[in-house]
Design a protein around this ligand. Structure first.
Ligand code: GLA
Length: 393
């Protein structure tokens, strides 16, 4: 929906006029490379997308936050003095979690009516949840500032978005998604150090190539529990590796060389494989960012392929659908790299494809993937945009 349509829809739901409405937006993201390493202190390389969550908002004098959405009929009322009580909501639990942790951390949470519109496909691995969290945080922070509470600080909003997802919604995610959703920059990827939260923008200049994002459309199942399981395996690996590398504070502190020298002494089986993925993926991010800075796009694409193979063979988070979609992409003319993006177990691939071959690429991959899996993929027209912002229209 356009902003004009959204304002109209808001007034139909909540009444009043359009004059006192404000509009905020936060991004979905694609992660170019650096998967399942944010919670191990690694560097990741995401970018904010034009797929977004938009919130139309009006401050009220009530002590409740009312929530509505354009795509679902649920209406939710959150009492500001009882924000801890909404963990089991089917929809609205992410907004409640953000308001709850913001209140705890010194923001003035004021009564408001909110209408949500999201174009980030749900369960796609493009961070629909983070975009809801950050859009909510951006909105509530703007109102908090007006009332003399804490104001808009994009890093704080990312950190609180992650905190609410961890502590309120029970998903032990890292910081990557909320950070990209909040701090993304048009036409740039963010090289984010998840241990220190230091970050650099790197222009996403792919020359003759374009990014193509495709959804394998496999319904995700058990994703959250498998995600939390992988995190636990990494923690186990770290504890064991610290007995032989005492100065390692996280898996990202360990180089592939160090790992190869000592890991066999303390790790075995799946835990060895998980840690090997993390250590090697951390190195791949640094190398691939260097390649991109130098304009070595073919090399960059090859790192994406290697990342996928490692997520498939060592980390085991890809699954048949993502494997088929990325393999069909990789073998199609014009494609120089393809991998799953996000948590995995379903969701999207990101591929790098020669600009003048994109149309043909989509047609070919679509047909072959459908023949393989009996499910149609979706392809999105994406661009790299800014993170969280107020929209003045
Ligand atoms: C999800 C999480 C992120 C990150 C990715 C995997 O998107 O929310 O924190 O761990 O999976 O890289």
């Amino acid at each position: 929906m356009t902003v004009t349509e959204l304002k109209k829809a808001f007034v139909e739901i909540y009444g009043g006029s359009e004059d006192d409405l404000r509009v905020f937006s936060a991004a979905g993201r694609v992660n170019l490379i650096g998967e399942h390493i944010d919670y191990c202190g690694g560097k990741v390389f995401p970018a904010a997308l034009n797929l977004r969550t938009t919130v139309v908002a009006r401050k009220t004098n009530a002590d409740v936050i009312r929530l509505a959405a354009t795509t679902i009929s649920d209406r939710v009322t959150l009492e500001i003095n009882n924000l801890d009580a909404y963990r089991d909501l089917k929809w609205g639990d992410y907004q409640a979690g953000v308001a709850f942790v913001m209140k705890q951390s010194g923001y003035e949470i004021v009564g408001c009516d909110l209408l949500y519109d999201t174009t980030v496909p749900f369960g796609s691995g493009l961070s629909s949840s983070a975009s809801i969290e950050v859009a909510t945080g951006r909105t509530l922070a703007a109102f908090s500032a007006e009332k003399g509470g804490k104001g808009v600080d994009l890093i704080d909003l990312a950190v609180l978005g992650q905190k609410s997802e961890n502590t309120y919604n029970g998903v032990n995610c890292g910081i990557m998604d909320q950070f990209a959703s909040s701090l993304g920059k048009k036409d740039n990827a963010i090289l984010l150090n998840c241990k220190t939260l230091e970050y650099d923008y790197v222009p996403l200049d792919l020359g003759d190539y374009a990014l193509v994002i495709a959804n394998c459309n496999k319904p995700r199942s058990l994703q959250d529990s498998k995600y939390n399981e992988r995190r636990a395996e990494c923690e186990e690996a770290l504890t064991k590796l610290q007995t032989v590398i005492p100065n390692a504070t996280c898996l990202a502190d360990i180089t592939p060389k160090q790992f190869n020298e000592v890991a066999g002494k303390v790790l075995s089986g799946k835990v060895y494989d998980r840690a090997k993925h993390v250590v090697e993926e951390c190195a791949r991010v640094i190398d691939s960012a260097e390649a991109l800075k130098k304009g070595e796009i073919v090399k960059f694409g090859e790192y994406l392929n290697q990342s996928h193979y490692s997520l498939r063979d060592l980390y085991e988070v890809t699954g048949d659908y993502l494997d088929a979609l990325s393999a069909r992409s990789r073998e199609t003319e014009g494609c120089i790299g393809s991998r799953m993006t996000g948590a995995g177990f379903g969701g999207c691939t990101v591929s790098i494809v020669k600009k003048d071959k994109v149309e043909e690429f989509i047609k070919t991959v679509d047909e072959k993937y459908f023949a393989d899996m009996g499910v149609r993929a979706s392809f999105y027209a994406t661009s790299i945009e800014n993170g969280a912002q107020e929209i003045f229209e």
